[in-house]
Design a protein around this ligand. Structure first.
Ligand code: FA5
Length: 351
Protein backbone atom coordinates (compact mmCIF):
# COMPACT_ATOMS: atom_id res chain seq x y z
CA UNK A 1 0.00 0.00 0.00
CA UNK A 2 1.11 3.48 -0.88
CA UNK A 3 2.56 5.01 2.32
CA UNK A 4 1.77 8.55 1.20
CA UNK A 5 -1.58 8.25 3.04
CA UNK A 6 0.08 7.43 6.39
CA UNK A 7 2.64 10.17 5.89
CA UNK A 8 -0.07 12.76 5.26
CA UNK A 9 -2.15 11.56 8.23
CA UNK A 10 0.80 12.00 10.58
CA UNK A 11 1.76 15.32 9.04
CA UNK A 12 -1.80 16.72 9.46
CA UNK A 13 -1.94 15.64 13.11
CA UNK A 14 1.38 17.23 13.85
CA UNK A 15 0.63 20.50 12.10
CA UNK A 16 -2.78 20.79 13.75
CA UNK A 17 -1.24 20.50 17.20
CA UNK A 18 0.81 23.64 16.62
CA UNK A 19 -1.84 25.82 14.86
CA UNK A 20 -2.46 28.97 16.95
CA UNK A 21 -5.31 30.81 15.22
CA UNK A 22 -8.16 30.47 12.74
CA UNK A 23 -6.32 32.14 9.84
CA UNK A 24 -3.45 29.67 10.14
CA UNK A 25 -5.92 26.82 10.38
CA UNK A 26 -7.68 27.92 7.20
CA UNK A 27 -4.38 27.91 5.33
CA UNK A 28 -3.79 24.38 6.55
CA UNK A 29 -7.27 23.28 5.44
CA UNK A 30 -6.74 24.70 1.95
CA UNK A 31 -3.27 23.06 1.79
CA UNK A 32 -4.76 19.59 2.30
CA UNK A 33 -8.41 19.73 1.29
CA UNK A 34 -8.52 22.65 -1.16
CA UNK A 35 -8.65 22.24 -4.97
CA UNK A 36 -4.87 22.12 -5.14
CA UNK A 37 -4.44 20.48 -1.73
CA UNK A 38 -2.32 17.35 -1.10
CA UNK A 39 -5.27 15.04 -0.38
CA UNK A 40 -7.12 16.28 -3.46
CA UNK A 41 -3.95 15.61 -5.48
CA UNK A 42 -3.96 11.99 -4.29
CA UNK A 43 -7.51 11.61 -5.54
CA UNK A 44 -6.69 13.21 -8.89
CA UNK A 45 -3.71 10.84 -9.36
CA UNK A 46 -5.93 7.76 -9.16
CA UNK A 47 -6.64 7.84 -12.87
CA UNK A 48 -3.31 6.03 -13.49
CA UNK A 49 -4.21 3.07 -11.23
CA UNK A 50 -5.89 -0.19 -12.18
CA UNK A 51 -9.55 -0.66 -11.30
CA UNK A 52 -8.73 -2.88 -8.36
CA UNK A 53 -6.05 -0.49 -7.00
CA UNK A 54 -8.35 2.49 -7.46
CA UNK A 55 -11.04 0.83 -5.34
CA UNK A 56 -8.85 0.20 -2.27
CA UNK A 57 -6.74 3.34 -2.66
CA UNK A 58 -9.81 5.52 -3.21
CA UNK A 59 -11.45 4.21 -0.06
CA UNK A 60 -8.31 4.93 2.00
CA UNK A 61 -7.93 8.46 0.62
CA UNK A 62 -11.59 9.22 1.34
CA UNK A 63 -11.13 7.98 4.90
CA UNK A 64 -8.11 10.26 5.27
CA UNK A 65 -10.09 13.17 3.83
CA UNK A 66 -13.03 12.66 6.22
CA UNK A 67 -10.66 12.27 9.16
CA UNK A 68 -8.73 15.44 8.24
CA UNK A 69 -12.00 17.43 7.91
CA UNK A 70 -13.18 16.18 11.31
CA UNK A 71 -9.88 17.09 13.00
CA UNK A 72 -9.96 20.56 11.44
CA UNK A 73 -13.58 21.13 12.66
CA UNK A 74 -12.58 20.11 16.17
CA UNK A 75 -9.66 22.50 16.03
CA UNK A 76 -12.01 25.34 14.98
CA UNK A 77 -14.16 24.65 18.05
CA UNK A 78 -11.12 24.55 20.29
CA UNK A 79 -9.74 27.84 18.93
CA UNK A 80 -13.14 29.57 19.30
CA UNK A 81 -13.47 28.35 22.87
CA UNK A 82 -9.98 29.56 23.69
CA UNK A 83 -10.73 33.00 22.18
CA UNK A 84 -13.87 33.39 24.33
CA UNK A 85 -12.01 32.31 27.46
CA UNK A 86 -9.28 34.84 26.74
CA UNK A 87 -11.91 37.58 26.25
CA UNK A 88 -13.62 36.68 29.53
CA UNK A 89 -10.28 36.93 31.33
CA UNK A 90 -9.89 40.48 30.05
CA UNK A 91 -13.35 41.60 31.24
CA UNK A 92 -13.59 43.69 34.44
CA UNK A 93 -15.04 41.88 37.42
CA UNK A 94 -18.54 43.01 38.42
CA UNK A 95 -19.81 42.65 41.94
CA UNK A 96 -23.43 41.66 41.44
CA UNK A 97 -24.29 41.66 45.13
CA UNK A 98 -26.12 44.63 46.69
CA UNK A 99 -23.71 47.14 48.26
CA UNK A 100 -24.25 47.20 52.03
CA UNK A 101 -24.86 50.96 52.14
CA UNK A 102 -27.89 50.68 49.81
CA UNK A 103 -31.12 50.01 51.64
CA UNK A 104 -34.62 49.87 50.12
CA UNK A 105 -35.54 52.31 47.35
CA UNK A 106 -38.16 54.96 48.01
CA UNK A 107 -41.11 56.48 46.22
CA UNK A 108 -40.85 59.92 44.64
CA UNK A 109 -42.72 62.62 46.62
CA UNK A 110 -45.05 63.17 43.66
CA UNK A 111 -45.87 59.45 43.58
CA UNK A 112 -46.53 59.53 47.33
CA UNK A 113 -48.85 62.53 46.94
CA UNK A 114 -50.61 60.94 43.98
CA UNK A 115 -51.21 57.73 45.92
CA UNK A 116 -52.58 59.64 48.89
CA UNK A 117 -55.00 61.58 46.66
CA UNK A 118 -56.04 58.42 44.85
CA UNK A 119 -56.76 56.67 48.16
CA UNK A 120 -58.96 59.56 49.32
CA UNK A 121 -60.96 59.72 46.10
CA UNK A 122 -61.25 55.95 45.77
CA UNK A 123 -62.73 55.83 49.26
CA UNK A 124 -65.38 58.28 48.00
CA UNK A 125 -66.30 56.09 45.03
CA UNK A 126 -64.14 57.67 42.30
CA UNK A 127 -62.39 55.52 39.69
CA UNK A 128 -58.77 56.23 38.78
CA UNK A 129 -58.14 56.59 35.04
CA UNK A 130 -54.93 56.58 33.06
CA UNK A 131 -54.51 58.68 29.92
CA UNK A 132 -52.02 59.31 27.13
CA UNK A 133 -49.30 61.96 27.31
CA UNK A 134 -49.33 62.56 23.56
CA UNK A 135 -52.78 63.80 22.54
CA UNK A 136 -54.52 65.59 19.71
CA UNK A 137 -55.36 69.28 19.51
CA UNK A 138 -59.01 68.25 19.75
CA UNK A 139 -58.54 66.37 23.05
CA UNK A 140 -56.38 69.02 24.68
CA UNK A 141 -58.23 72.12 23.51
CA UNK A 142 -61.20 71.90 21.20
CA UNK A 143 -63.13 69.26 23.15
CA UNK A 144 -62.84 71.42 26.27
CA UNK A 145 -64.23 74.55 24.71
CA UNK A 146 -60.94 76.10 23.61
CA UNK A 147 -61.36 76.54 19.84
CA UNK A 148 -58.45 77.38 17.55
CA UNK A 149 -57.17 80.95 18.05
CA UNK A 150 -58.79 81.21 21.52
CA UNK A 151 -56.58 83.45 23.70
CA UNK A 152 -56.61 80.82 26.49
CA UNK A 153 -54.21 78.81 24.32
CA UNK A 154 -51.50 81.42 24.90
CA UNK A 155 -51.21 80.26 28.52
CA UNK A 156 -50.45 76.71 27.44
CA UNK A 157 -47.80 76.61 24.74
CA UNK A 158 -46.40 73.12 24.39
CA UNK A 159 -44.27 70.76 22.31
CA UNK A 160 -45.74 69.63 19.00
CA UNK A 161 -45.01 66.50 16.99
CA UNK A 162 -44.61 66.64 13.23
CA UNK A 163 -47.95 64.85 12.80
CA UNK A 164 -49.79 67.66 14.62
CA UNK A 165 -50.15 65.81 17.95
CA UNK A 166 -48.85 67.47 21.08
CA UNK A 167 -47.59 66.75 24.59
CA UNK A 168 -50.63 67.42 26.74
CA UNK A 169 -50.62 70.68 28.66
CA UNK A 170 -53.37 69.74 31.06
CA UNK A 171 -55.07 66.62 32.33
CA UNK A 172 -58.31 68.24 31.13
CA UNK A 173 -57.31 66.65 27.80
CA UNK A 174 -58.97 63.45 29.07
CA UNK A 175 -62.28 65.05 30.04
CA UNK A 176 -63.99 64.28 26.75
CA UNK A 177 -62.88 60.63 26.76
CA UNK A 178 -64.08 60.17 30.36
CA UNK A 179 -67.48 61.67 29.57
CA UNK A 180 -67.79 59.37 26.57
CA UNK A 181 -66.61 56.33 28.53
CA UNK A 182 -69.06 56.68 31.43
CA UNK A 183 -71.83 58.86 29.92
CA UNK A 184 -73.87 55.89 28.72
CA UNK A 185 -73.98 54.34 32.20
CA UNK A 186 -75.07 57.70 33.59
CA UNK A 187 -77.91 58.10 31.11
CA UNK A 188 -79.08 54.49 31.03
CA UNK A 189 -78.50 53.39 34.63
CA UNK A 190 -78.27 56.65 36.55
CA UNK A 191 -74.69 55.89 37.71
CA UNK A 192 -72.88 59.20 38.35
CA UNK A 193 -69.58 59.84 36.58
CA UNK A 194 -66.92 60.03 39.31
CA UNK A 195 -63.38 59.83 38.02
CA UNK A 196 -59.93 61.18 38.75
CA UNK A 197 -57.14 61.05 36.19
CA UNK A 198 -53.59 61.92 37.23
CA UNK A 199 -51.00 62.51 34.54
CA UNK A 200 -47.83 64.21 33.39
CA UNK A 201 -48.26 67.59 31.67
CA UNK A 202 -45.86 69.63 29.58
CA UNK A 203 -45.65 73.33 28.90
CA UNK A 204 -43.13 75.40 27.04
CA UNK A 205 -42.50 77.97 29.72
CA UNK A 206 -39.74 79.61 31.69
CA UNK A 207 -39.07 77.66 34.86
CA UNK A 208 -38.81 79.10 38.36
CA UNK A 209 -39.28 77.87 41.94
CA UNK A 210 -42.94 77.00 41.29
CA UNK A 211 -43.04 76.40 37.51
CA UNK A 212 -41.62 73.43 35.63
CA UNK A 213 -41.89 72.52 31.95
CA UNK A 214 -42.86 68.98 33.00
CA UNK A 215 -45.16 68.52 35.98
CA UNK A 216 -48.04 66.42 37.23
CA UNK A 217 -51.68 67.31 37.57
CA UNK A 218 -54.60 65.29 38.82
CA UNK A 219 -57.92 66.03 37.23
CA UNK A 220 -61.23 65.08 38.79
CA UNK A 221 -64.80 65.09 37.51
CA UNK A 222 -68.18 64.33 38.92
CA UNK A 223 -71.32 64.49 36.79
CA UNK A 224 -74.85 63.63 37.86
CA UNK A 225 -78.24 65.23 38.30
CA UNK A 226 -78.17 68.30 40.58
CA UNK A 227 -74.41 68.52 41.20
CA UNK A 228 -73.63 71.98 42.58
CA UNK A 229 -70.78 74.14 43.82
CA UNK A 230 -71.34 72.88 47.35
CA UNK A 231 -70.46 69.34 46.17
CA UNK A 232 -67.31 70.73 44.61
CA UNK A 233 -66.28 72.53 47.79
CA UNK A 234 -66.98 69.43 49.92
CA UNK A 235 -64.71 67.22 47.80
CA UNK A 236 -61.92 69.81 47.64
CA UNK A 237 -61.99 70.28 51.42
CA UNK A 238 -62.03 66.54 52.10
CA UNK A 239 -59.11 65.92 49.77
CA UNK A 240 -56.93 68.64 51.30
CA UNK A 241 -57.67 67.75 54.92
CA UNK A 242 -57.00 64.04 54.23
CA UNK A 243 -53.77 64.66 52.32
CA UNK A 244 -52.33 67.22 54.74
CA UNK A 245 -53.84 65.69 57.87
CA UNK A 246 -53.94 69.11 59.53
CA UNK A 247 -55.71 72.41 59.06
CA UNK A 248 -54.38 74.39 56.16
CA UNK A 249 -55.51 77.78 54.96
CA UNK A 250 -57.04 77.91 51.49
CA UNK A 251 -58.80 80.62 49.56
CA UNK A 252 -61.26 80.41 46.71
CA UNK A 253 -61.45 83.22 44.18
CA UNK A 254 -63.03 83.60 40.76
CA UNK A 255 -60.94 82.25 37.90
CA UNK A 256 -61.46 81.91 34.17
CA UNK A 257 -61.13 78.59 32.34
CA UNK A 258 -63.14 78.08 29.14
CA UNK A 259 -64.25 74.62 30.24
CA UNK A 260 -65.94 75.67 33.51
CA UNK A 261 -68.58 78.21 34.38
CA UNK A 262 -68.35 79.51 37.04
CA UNK A 263 -64.66 78.86 37.53
CA UNK A 264 -62.48 79.25 40.62
CA UNK A 265 -58.87 79.41 41.62
CA UNK A 266 -58.21 77.44 44.77
CA UNK A 267 -55.00 78.69 46.39
CA UNK A 268 -53.16 77.22 49.33
CA UNK A 269 -51.40 79.31 51.98
CA UNK A 270 -47.69 78.82 51.23
CA UNK A 271 -46.45 76.05 53.51
CA UNK A 272 -42.83 77.05 52.93
CA UNK A 273 -43.03 80.59 54.35
CA UNK A 274 -46.32 80.32 56.25
CA UNK A 275 -47.79 83.09 54.10
CA UNK A 276 -44.98 85.62 54.63
CA UNK A 277 -43.95 85.51 50.97
CA UNK A 278 -40.96 83.66 49.46
CA UNK A 279 -39.65 82.56 46.02
CA UNK A 280 -41.73 79.33 46.22
CA UNK A 281 -44.97 81.37 46.18
CA UNK A 282 -43.62 84.24 44.11
CA UNK A 283 -43.66 86.36 47.28
CA UNK A 284 -47.48 86.39 47.44
CA UNK A 285 -47.93 84.06 50.41
CA UNK A 286 -50.34 81.94 48.31
CA UNK A 287 -49.81 79.22 45.73
CA UNK A 288 -52.28 78.37 42.97
CA UNK A 289 -53.01 74.73 43.60
CA UNK A 290 -56.31 73.46 42.32
CA UNK A 291 -58.43 75.46 39.90
CA UNK A 292 -61.93 74.12 39.59
CA UNK A 293 -65.49 74.92 38.62
CA UNK A 294 -68.77 73.72 37.22
CA UNK A 295 -68.32 71.97 33.86
CA UNK A 296 -69.30 74.19 30.95
CA UNK A 297 -72.42 72.97 29.05
CA UNK A 298 -70.40 72.92 25.79
CA UNK A 299 -67.97 70.40 27.31
CA UNK A 300 -70.77 68.13 28.53
CA UNK A 301 -72.50 68.32 25.14
CA UNK A 302 -69.24 67.56 23.30
CA UNK A 303 -68.84 64.48 25.53
CA UNK A 304 -72.35 63.26 24.70
CA UNK A 305 -73.95 64.29 28.02
CA UNK A 306 -77.08 66.46 27.95
CA UNK A 307 -76.35 69.70 29.91
CA UNK A 308 -80.09 70.29 30.32
CA UNK A 309 -80.35 67.16 32.46
CA UNK A 310 -76.94 66.84 34.09
CA UNK A 311 -74.43 69.11 35.78
CA UNK A 312 -70.97 68.44 37.11
CA UNK A 313 -67.80 69.83 38.58
CA UNK A 314 -64.19 69.45 37.50
CA UNK A 315 -60.90 70.33 39.12
CA UNK A 316 -57.27 70.30 38.02
CA UNK A 317 -55.03 69.75 41.01
CA UNK A 318 -51.35 70.69 40.60
CA UNK A 319 -49.94 67.45 41.95
CA UNK A 320 -46.29 68.50 41.79
CA UNK A 321 -47.10 71.69 43.68
CA UNK A 322 -49.06 69.67 46.22
CA UNK A 323 -45.95 67.52 46.78
CA UNK A 324 -43.91 70.72 47.24
CA UNK A 325 -46.28 72.00 49.91
CA UNK A 326 -46.78 68.67 51.63
CA UNK A 327 -43.09 67.81 51.87
CA UNK A 328 -41.68 71.33 52.23
CA UNK A 329 -39.75 71.32 48.95
CA UNK A 330 -38.78 74.93 48.29
CA UNK A 331 -38.01 74.65 44.60
CA UNK A 332 -40.19 72.58 42.24
CA UNK A 333 -37.15 71.90 40.04
CA UNK A 334 -35.64 69.73 42.78
CA UNK A 335 -38.47 67.28 42.21
CA UNK A 336 -37.32 66.63 38.63
CA UNK A 337 -33.64 66.67 39.52
CA UNK A 338 -33.17 62.92 39.95
CA UNK A 339 -31.08 63.72 43.03
CA UNK A 340 -31.59 60.57 45.09
CA UNK A 341 -30.09 62.06 48.22
CA UNK A 342 -32.75 64.77 48.21
CA UNK A 343 -35.65 62.67 46.97
CA UNK A 344 -35.23 59.54 49.07
CA UNK A 345 -35.83 61.30 52.40
CA UNK A 346 -39.61 61.32 52.06
CA UNK A 347 -41.88 58.51 53.15
CA UNK A 348 -45.55 57.79 53.04
CA UNK A 349 -47.31 58.72 56.30
CA UNK A 350 -48.98 55.33 56.26
CA UNK A 351 -45.74 53.33 56.14
C1 FA5 B 1 -55.35 74.02 34.16
O1 FA5 B 1 -54.45 73.34 33.68
C2 FA5 B 1 -56.78 73.54 34.08
N1 FA5 B 1 -56.87 72.46 33.19
C3 FA5 B 1 -57.26 73.17 35.47
C4 FA5 B 1 -58.73 72.99 35.61
C5 FA5 B 1 -59.29 71.74 35.47
C6 FA5 B 1 -59.54 74.11 35.88
C7 FA5 B 1 -60.65 71.58 35.59
C8 FA5 B 1 -60.92 73.94 36.01
C9 FA5 B 1 -61.45 72.70 35.87
P1 FA5 B 1 -53.78 75.77 35.25
O2 FA5 B 1 -53.03 76.13 34.03
O3 FA5 B 1 -54.00 76.85 36.22
O4 FA5 B 1 -55.19 75.14 34.86
O5 FA5 B 1 -53.01 74.58 35.97
C10 FA5 B 1 -53.59 73.90 37.05
C11 FA5 B 1 -52.60 73.72 38.17
O6 FA5 B 1 -51.49 73.00 37.65
C12 FA5 B 1 -52.00 75.03 38.70
O7 FA5 B 1 -52.82 75.57 39.70
C13 FA5 B 1 -50.70 74.53 39.26
O8 FA5 B 1 -50.88 73.98 40.53
C14 FA5 B 1 -50.30 73.47 38.29
N2 FA5 B 1 -49.40 74.00 37.25
C15 FA5 B 1 -49.71 74.69 36.15
N3 FA5 B 1 -48.61 75.03 35.46
C16 FA5 B 1 -47.58 74.53 36.13
C17 FA5 B 1 -46.15 74.52 35.94
N4 FA5 B 1 -45.59 75.08 34.88
N5 FA5 B 1 -45.39 73.90 36.86
C18 FA5 B 1 -45.95 73.30 37.92
N6 FA5 B 1 -47.26 73.26 38.17
C19 FA5 B 1 -48.08 73.86 37.29
Amino acid sequence: MDNRIDVLREEIKQKLSSVGDLAELDKLRVGYLGKKGSITALLKGMKDLTNEERKTFGAEVNKLKANAAELIDKKVEELNRRAIEAEIKLMPVFDVTTPPELTRGSYHPVTLSQRQCEAVFKSMGFTVEDYAEVVTDYECFEAVNIPKHHPARDMQDTYYLENGQLLKTQTSAAQNAILRKYGKNLVENGVPIKAIFPGRCFRNEATDACHENTFFQMEGMMVDKDISISNLIYFMKTMLSEVFRRDIKVRLRPGFFPFVEPGFELDINCEICGGEGCPSCKHSGWLELCPCGMIHPNVLREGGVDPEKYTGFAFGLGLTRLAMMKYGVKDIRDLNSGNLKALSQFTDDDN
